[in-house]
Design a protein around this ligand. Sequence first.
Ligand code: ZN
Length: 55
Amino acid sequence: MTKKLNNLDKNHKPEDLDNICENCNIEHETVYQNLILTGFKICESCRISKTLYPI
Ligand SMILES: [Zn+2]
């Protein structure tokens, strides 16, 4: 039995992806996580802002 369910962890991060937020251009460790979770390449604070005040 093979386990291929969770390939998207830190060790398998594609090299063209960094942790720089597209909204505020600040590097943050949550950017990649939010990209997976929400589809937006944004940091935690921007994610909260977009959630509370969607434009
Ligand atoms: Zn941001």
